[in-house]
Ligand binder design. Structure first.
Ligand code: AP5
Length: 215
């Protein structure tokens, strides 16, 4: 199963992807998580991407496409995956089509997690993250068992540098202008379904499973 999760920043893509990988035993491929690891490890790519990410801007398409091509060629991607946060621009979607053609693969479903802008700001301001695993929490909606501590590793949770309200507003603006046109791009193939992402985490998860079951 090859699933693409589309939606605004803070819309719950990462949260839902983590729940789905446990159920379907396929990897989550999050360009945001991969980039954050590069930044953390101060790799060449991380150094190039860091300023864009901190400013809430998109990292250039060519860097993202090179990164994703490598990731989709890895062995664990052969049986399916969940794309989270990629593609985000029309050139990225076209690049993905080329990569999938080379790999003789097609996307099975594109799921739009639709969330109101007004809810996003509250979600981002309460988000806490375990950087190494990409696990996300929320101080109110999905709190860790111990305040600011990851449930699995007992390591400290962090606040993402791009979760500042002004940066979030900028990311939302970019989403509406640059990423939303992907809905039409994939609509022409009849593979887009939309889910109300304003519901609570469990309800959204259940609705996702119901959708995926029918593919
Ligand atoms: P990335 O990490 O992909 O960020 P994003 O797409 O902006 O999405 P987020 O990770 O912020 O949110 P999410 O939808 O995963 O929500 P989450 O589950 O965490 O990208 C970061 C940066 O990297 C970009 O700005 C860009 O610079 C760069 N980048 C990445 N990919 C790129 C690409 N393809 N091209 C170019 N640049 C790229 O949930 C958010 C919060 O809400 C959490 O606290 C969670 O607990 C809570 N929550 C989740 N669901 C619910 C719910 N139903 N009800 C209440 N609370 C909820």
């Amino acid at each position: 199963m090859k699933i693409l999760l589309l939606g605004p920043p803070g819309g719950g893509k990462g949260t839902q992807a983590k729940l789905l990988i446990n159920k379907y035993k396929i990897p989550q491929i999050s360009t945001g998580d991969i980039l954050r690891k590069h930044v953390d490890n101060k790799t060449n790519l991380g150094q190039k991407a860091n300023a864009y990410m901190q400013n809430g801007e998109l990292v250039p398409d060519n860097l993202i496409l090179n990164m994703i091509k490598k990731r989709l060629s890895e062995n664990d991607s052969k049986g399916g995956y969940i794309l989270d946060g990629f593609p985000r621009t029309i050139p990225q979607a076209e690049g993905l089509d080329n990569i999938l053609n080379e790999l003789n693969q097609t996307l099975d479903i594109v799921i739009l997690l639709d969330v109101k802008d007004s809810d996003i700001i509250e979600r981002m301001s309460g988000r806490r993250m375990h950087l190494k695993s990409g696990r996300v929490y929320h101080i109110k909606f999905n709190p860790p068992k111990i305040k600011d501590i990851d449930d699995i590793t007992n390591e400290k949770l962090v606040i993402r540098k791009d979760d500042h309200p002004e940066t979030v507003k900028k990311r939302l603006k970019i989403y509406h202008k640059t990423t939303k046109p992907l809905i039409n791009y994939y609509n022409s193939r009849n593979i887009v379904s939309s889910i109300n992402g304003n519901n609570d985490i469990n309800k959204v998860h259940q609705n996702l499973i119901d959708l995926i079951k029918n593919v």
